[in-house]
Design a protein around this ligand. Structure first.
Ligand code: PGA
Length: 246
């Protein structure tokens, strides 16, 4: 089932880093022998560090990207960053709808779909993040919430959806050290896969995110519909991140 999907391991640095720390982290990633790994790796970094990241990683097998994108192409949108700007730094990926943006910036399901569309228009790969809160899971609503979050994204149609990546990140597992069990994650990934199949985009990579570490990555990746990981905290530690991708 997974044979045709390349494993993708993306780091989400969130609002961490400095020029000095990033230089160390990026050179540690580049120095590692990766002969045994078949995973595609990438890092999604804060906007001010895109230039540094692009300079360090150009010519390597590690891709890079941003953590957000404007729905707009240009104009009077103070603080926003457009897809064309991300292209100036040769980004490949952009996160859309991370739960921290949904929660702290009131991004709606429709805004997130608009951001995913803006990414595609710019030729970037949107990594559309979905996931339920603990209260929603406890209420038995996890799959309902994820279907609601995905609906406006899927409405963009097969041609668009086929160019995306989806990340399932249960909010209760992010930064908490509490990972979904492989079975819990697989149940949701299978539902996402079915929804993707429904619009003719079955081969989209579905990443799991939420306290992924070297110690739990292999058991998650053993699941048929888990195609990789979106890694927060552990992506800031070169050995951990490399071990997850190995
Ligand atoms: P975490 O974050 O790995 O630190 O839990 C994942 C994410 O929020 O993308």
């Amino acid at each position: 089932m997974t044979a045709t999907r390349t494993r993708l391991v993306l780091g989400n640095w969130k609002m961490h880093g400095s020029l000095a720390d990033n230089a160390k982290l990026l050179s540690a990633l580049l120095a590692a022998p990766r002969v045994a790994s078949t995973a595609q790796m990438g890092v999604c970094v804060p906007f001010p560090y895109l230039a540094q990241t692009a300079q360090a990683l150009t010519g390597s097998s590690i891709a890079w990207g941003a953590q957000d994108i404007s729905t707009q192409a240009q104009g009077a949108f103070t603080g926003e960053v457009s897809g064309a700007m991300l292209n100036d730094f040769a980004c490949r990926f952009v996160l859309t709808g991370h739960s921290e943006r949904r929660a702290m910036h009131a991004e709606s399901d429709q805004i997130i779909a608009d951001k995913a569309n803006a990414a595609l228009v710019a030729g970037l790969t949107p990594v559309v993040c979905v996931g339920e809160s603990l209260a929603e899971r406890d209420a038995g609503q996890a799959l309902v919430v994820i279907a609601r979050q995905l609906a406006p994204v899927l409405a963009l149609g097969a041609d668009a959806v086929q160019k995306m990546v989806v990340a399932y990140e249960p909010v209760w597992a992010i930064g908490t050290g509490r990972t979904a069990s492989p079975e819990q994650a697989q149940e949701v990934h299978a539902a996402i896969r079915a929804a993707l199949r429904g619009v003719g985009a079955e081969q989209v990579q579905i990443l799991y995110g939420g306290s992924v570490k070297a110690a739990n990555a292999a058991s998650l990746f053993a699941m048929p519909d888990i195609d990789g990981a979106l890694v927060g905290g552990a992506s800031l530690v070169a050995e951990e991140f490399l071990a997850i991708a190995s």
